[in-house]
Design a protein around this ligand. Sequence first.
Ligand code: HEM
Length: 282
Amino acid sequence: MESPFTAPGTLRVFFHDCMVEGCDASVLISSNPYNKAERDAEINLSLPGDAFDLIVRAKTALEINCPGVVSCSDILAYATRQLVVMTGGPYYKVPLGRKDGLVSQATLVEGNLPRTNMTMDQIISIFEKKGFSVQEMVALNGAHTIGVSHCSEFKDRIFGYNSPSGYDPALHPKFAERLRQNCANYSTDPTRATFNDVRSTKDFDNMYFKNLRLGLGLLQSDHALFTNPRTRPFVDLYADNQTAFFETFSLAMEKLNVLQVKTGKDGEIRRRCDSFNTMNIN
Ligand code: HEM
């Protein structure tokens, strides 16, 4: 049923949903002439269609068998956990009974999601505002052990970098060369992408942290976890100890799962995941 892109795609969609207005499936809403929804915020445009398709399929099956009972936000949370486990990652608890949110606005996204070119202090502060410690933030970034990044997200590290080689000297030279080859046509082919974890592309493991020590971290923010003194101790811990990584990742995912969850009249059980039950014209 799912492609190799489904697990990472769904995990990223879940993260982007929870960080903005809580885990309420607000990211699944489609824009309409009256409302530019979260999904159309610039940072969300690369969220992969696979993940949205998965939720639609699950919702359709559930609505046929027990209509009006399971929210889209519960489906997204549950599917994410199942896919993390299927790729080899840890099991964590997913409490169910969330309602779907009644608001989804692109303008609410900015400032709630990290960007690769932010300073580590800025990234830490984004996570702190949602209740995550530095250690939990580092563990959550371990999600980059699966999935891909588009060349546009790391182009500045490999082309025209102000250094003798023209690439970020923090990158392993062979890795930098491979990235350059792979991304050579990225401006004419914006779909060009590379695995986040070059050494174990599809397995949910601690290789991502081992990679960071070798200059094999893909995004600027990945590598920054290794250079920053506040985050480096946790990179070292998780590179040496997968169990420790899984423990913190599970705890942090349990926290992420209950961020600003909607219940009662604050939400609804959507009939379709991409639109509210009643159209709001604001
Ligand atoms: C410093 C924090 C973070 C930054 C700056 C960041 C940024 C990014 C970027 C730029 C991509 C590539 C998107 C693309 O080109 O399609 C990506 C991919 C991904 N991110 Fe993050 N991310 C961060 C933290 C997280 C966290 C906490 C999670 C989940 C718990 C996560 C899950 C993922 C996954 C699974 C992918 C692969 C998506 C796919 O294959 O479609 N990221 N991230």
